[in-house]
Design a protein around this ligand. Structure first.
Ligand code: MRU
Length: 346
């Protein structure tokens, strides 16, 4: 599945498969400017750390186009302000900031560019970021496939599949690669309250691709592990600190604790762009606090009494001691993570 993020030359826009409506409706969301891009990120038309990085790269191009069309004389500060708007649309996934900083670094190599030259340059660069993300995910798959044995059932939390990336996925990449090697692998997708990425998205894409998948309520995790129904856990990450602590969708930490209790290997799969060497440990990772409505309602149905408060932290941090390995496109990192990560960034 690689068609869910598309640049349309006819519309001069980024066209996104709207993930809010999957699996029942396939609707497309057209981003023509920075406001559209930020809205798509905030309401989660597009979500998943690498996918929001790719979206942000195209967003930089659209920002430049917008400033160009507005004919702003002092265009550099105007453009920089728009880039900051994109970079701060969501706080936890470092790929968003990573992509914007990458585009800025490319621009810095060509200070002589006019705004129109920058538009052409950035569109080409965004297409490269897009294409490279798919290759990176395939390399994560190649790194992690040997960790899986024929007959394994792998539990995953949230959606770290094709839809969360430009294609192929991160947590789902070793599963896809093992299946391509001829191994029989099945998946348990935790439903992932409140946005239901597991039930709606992971199940959707694996079922479409013919990989056996069953959805489990988040609170079934302990029972399934106790019954020996889970051989491995693989999850994605939104930001991995310099010591290997990994932020991922809320509930992941609980899954990791249970995996530890039952002696089940727990892996994090992520591109190197998700590792943030500037964040020393997990306590420093900002945790997104989203709208209460995602918890108080399921679809349009209210499920909590009027006036009752809720928690809607979108992520939690799994401490490095619970992680058996971090599967990247450059191999599987193991403890001590501080050394392994420092070596990677040397
Ligand atoms: O809030 P979301 O849906 O953007 O959260 C996504 C996750 O937590 C994913 O597991 C993570 O971004 C990795 S995606 C390859």
């Amino acid at each position: 599945m690689t068609e869910h993020i598309q640049y349309s030359p006819e519309k001069d826009a980024l066209v996104l498969l709207d993930q809010r409506y999957l699996p029942t409706r396939e609707e497309w969301y057209v981003c023509k400017n920075v406001k559209d891009i930020c809205e798509a990120l905030v309401v989660m038309v597009v979500r998943g750390a690498p996918a929001i990085g790719v979206t942000a790269a195209y967003g930089c191009y659209l920002a430049a186009r917008e400033v160009s069309r507005a004919g702003v004389a002092d265009w550099k500060p105007a453009l920089t302000a728009k880039l900051e708007q994109i970079a701060s649309a969501r706080p936890t996934a470092v790929n968003l900031r990573w992509a914007v900083r990458l585009m800025q670094a490319e621009w810095a190599k060509h200070p002589e560019f006019s705004l129109d030259e920058l538009c052409v340059f950035w569109l080409a660069k965004a297409k490269v970021v897009h294409a490279e993300d798919i290759e990176t995910c395939k390399a994560i798959g190649a790194s992690g496939a040997d960790l899986l044995s024929d007959g394994d059932t792998v539990m995953t939390h949230c959606n770290a599949g094709a839809l969360a990336t430009a294609g192929y996925g991160t947590a789902l990449a070793p599963i896809r690669a093992a299946v391509e090697q001829g191994k029989k692998i099945s998946v348990i997708a935790n439903e992932t309250r409140p946005f239901l990425q597991g039930a709606r998205l992971t199940a959707y894409e694996l079922y479409r691709d013919g990989i056996p998948v069953k959805v489990a309520c988040d609170n079934a995790c302990a029972l399934l592990m106790q019954r020996g129904l889970v051989q491995k856990v693989i999850v994605g990450a939104d930001r991995i600190a310099a010591n290997g602590d990994a932020a991922n969708k809320i509930g992941t930490f609980g899954v990791a604790l249970l995996a530890h209790e039952f002696g089940i290997p727990f892996y994090v799969a992520a591109p190197v762009s998700t590792i943030d060497p500037e964040t020393a440990d997990g306590s420093l990772i900002p945790i997104e606090d989203r709208t209460p409505r995602e918890v108080t309602h399921v679809g349009n149905t209210q499920i909590t009494p009027d006036g009752v408060g809720v928690f809607n932290y979108a992520f939690d941090v799994t401490p490095n001691r619970l992680i058996h390995g971090i599967i990247t496109e450059r191999g599987v990192l193991t403890t001590p993570y501080t050394e392994a990560i420092a070596k990677l960034f040397k």
